[in-house]
Design a protein around this ligand. Sequence first.
Ligand code: GAR
Length: 189
Amino acid sequence: MKRIAIFASGSGSNAENLVKHFEENDHAEVAQIFCNNPKAGVIDRARKLGIRFLVFNNEELNSGFLLEKLKSAKIDLIVLAGFLKKIPTSIIEAYENRIVNIHPALLPDYGGEGMYGIHVHREVVENEEEETGITIHYVSEEYDEGEIIFQESVEIDFEDTPEDVQYKVQQLEYKHFPEVVEYILKDFD
Ligand code: GAR
């Protein structure tokens, strides 16, 4: 059984969707959720889903403490699902090509520090884009710059608000993220 760790900072709707998806899977499971924000909705979801979770602070993220936790939990793949902190080099090196992120836009557009959640959709609407989408990519040392694994786009109607765009993007996330994670895990020995 491959063991997935989810890192999340917010509401955790993607985390919940991934947990539920892998409950039906014989080859992989979500072993633990890691969260940097003690007030995040994802913690409540983890409790309800009966998934182990760990809340950590900045110092624990960067000092090697978290890496030790990942190793002792025998984590094979780290999935960032609305995780807003930078992953330290030590974890990137230990999990080379084993950390993936989902971004709610078509990278390389609308990426980088500070571009997350509704902020992305506000800019997309402000710029009167005709389409947006999701990008699933490997995580490198720079925000949103690792190798792209999968993208899917969706049309934006001229009357769409940032919230409408967010809704459309979320539907793409819920549909494709679990499938893509499953596909990535197929190549793991
Ligand atoms: C998702 O839309 C995800 O793509 C985005 O945060 C949201 C988290 O929602 N991630 C980023 O913006 C990363 N730059 P959730 O907590 O309900 O899964």
